[in-house]
Design a protein around this ligand. Structure first.
Ligand code: C2O
Ligand code: CU
Length: 421
């Protein structure tokens, strides 16, 4: 409880300036682990490695020697157990299930839900696969460096057996080189195709699917309601975000371009996609009534840049309400409250916002209500000058990181916590 008080005030026991909020000792983390026997088991070993990208040898931090790490797949109903081992990553590793609303003790935030796993140590994660969709995992220990160096991978939970072609496209920049390597795979006309687009970088990417009409079936793991057919339209995926595009393979080739680079195709396609309009997800699909008519609590987060004078040396930080981590007060909610966040970007750069443990429903952007399908997001870009209002039910008790997913920003102050009291 002492540690909780420290988080609550944002100061207290935190020793080093700039350090993540810590529990008082290396124990006392909530277990929150389900007792059921696992039906899917994986082992991920983090280690320094040399990987080959576009014909070059690149120094990386890898899970099981590969970047991205192995793709973890499960079917709804599985109990997933992942053993994380750290071979030689001196700064420690954890696994965070980005977009997967696991119990707090499995969330992988060092100093908050567990201690970082140091070289020679291991940690077992266990959770129930009850949300179908496209997710990813990554280390949350010195996450800016760790993710950039390659400690990430895909997590896909399917509702049942795969029908047709189901491809994952986790985009990443490793040592300045673009992943994944381009791939061509012919597909029979009429085959149902699902492309799971994942942005594991810290900045927005633009994706364009050329040669076919398609629908956006899901965003951030949640199915959209009434998605309509799109053609010659690009999508912008924020850092950490996922879009599932679906279509029936036409007789002619199809290509997926990321920032103009073909990463997946079914044959040669030559289309200029740079001038395509960009989909606005707030106006796409069929609306439904909001699940709540009143809100118990509203928090405002003003994102800005500013001088942080609290450490030994002043530093230029990314701030929330004028403060930088670890000095941003936690937001405290009670279980089952319906909570609203008003996120105001007063800075000159995009902040991809990411709350752990919950999906938020987008209510409005710049005062204009979202009019499309209900959008349940875990990662969304708040652009300079924008104001987003989102809401969620506080139904997953614990202490949850709430931060910018430009991980350099998160490390430079833009991290706070949501707590249940
Ligand atoms: Cu994808 Cu707190 O992170
Ligand atoms: Cu940011």
């Amino acid at each position: 409880m002492v540690a909780v008080a420290a988080l609550l005030t944002g100061t207290g026991l935190t020793a080093a300036p700039g350090a993540a909020p810590r529990m008082a000792h290396g124990h006392g983390y909530p277990a929150d682990r389900i007792a059921d026997e696992p039906t899917r088991r994986f082992t991920l070993t983090a280690a320094t490695a040399t990987v080959r990208v576009s014909g070059r040898d690149v120094a990386a931090w890898a899970f099981n020697g590969q970047v991205p790490g192995p793709e973890l797949t499960a079917t709804v109903g599985d109990v997933v157990q992942v053993t994380l081992r750290n071979q030689d990553i001196g700064r420690g590793v954890t696994l965070h299930w980005h977009g997967y609303d696991v119990p707090n003790g499995q969330d992988g935030v060092p100093g908050v839900t567990q201690a970082a796993v140091l070289p020679g140590e291991e940690f077992d994660y266990r959770f129930r696969a009850d949300q179908a969709g496209t997710y990813w995992y990554h280390t949350h220990s010195v996450s800016d460096v760790g993710v950039r160096m390659g400690l990430y991978g895909v997590l896909v939970v399917r509702p049942g057996p795969v029908t047709g072609l189901d491809v994952t496209v986790p985009v990443h920049t490793l040592a300045g080189l673009a992943l994944p390597a381009p791939r061509t795979e012919p597909v029979a006309a009429g085959t149902p195709v699902r492309m799971r687009l994942i942005n594991t970088d810290s900045t927005t990417h633009r994706y364009a699917l050329a040669g076919t009409a398609f629908r956006v079936a899901a965003i951030d793991g949640s199915d959209l309601r009434g998605p309509t057919s799109l053609v010659d339209t690009a999508v912008l995926i924020p850092a950490g975000g996922r879009y599932d595009l679906v279509f029936e393979a036409p007789a002619t080739p199809v290509a997926l371009l990321v920032d103009g680079r073909a990463v997946f195709s079914t044959g040669p396609v030559s289309t200029a996609t740079g001038g395509w309009p960009v989909l606005d997800p707030l106006r796409y699909g069929a609306a439904a009534a909001a699940p709540w008519s009143r809100y118990d609590r509203t928090f405002t987060l003003v994102l800005d840049r500013g001088l942080d004078l609290r450490g030994l040396l002043p530093r230029y930080a990314h701030t929330v309400n004028g403060a930088a981590a670890p000095d941003i007060p936690s937001q405290v909610v009670h279980r089952n409250e319906v909570v609203r966040f008003r996120i105001v970007n007063r800075s000159q750069v995009v902040h991809p916002w990411h709350l752990h443990g919950h999906h938020v429903l987008v209510l409005s952007r710049d005062g204009e209500p979202a009019t499309g399908s209900p959008l349940w997001l875990d990662s969304f870009d708040v652009r300079p000058g924008e104001v987003w209002v989102v809401a969620f039910r506080a139904d997953n008790p614990g202490v949850w990181a709430n931060h910018c997913h430009n991980l350099a920003h998160a490390d430079a102050g833009m991290t706070l916590h949501l707590m249940y009291s």
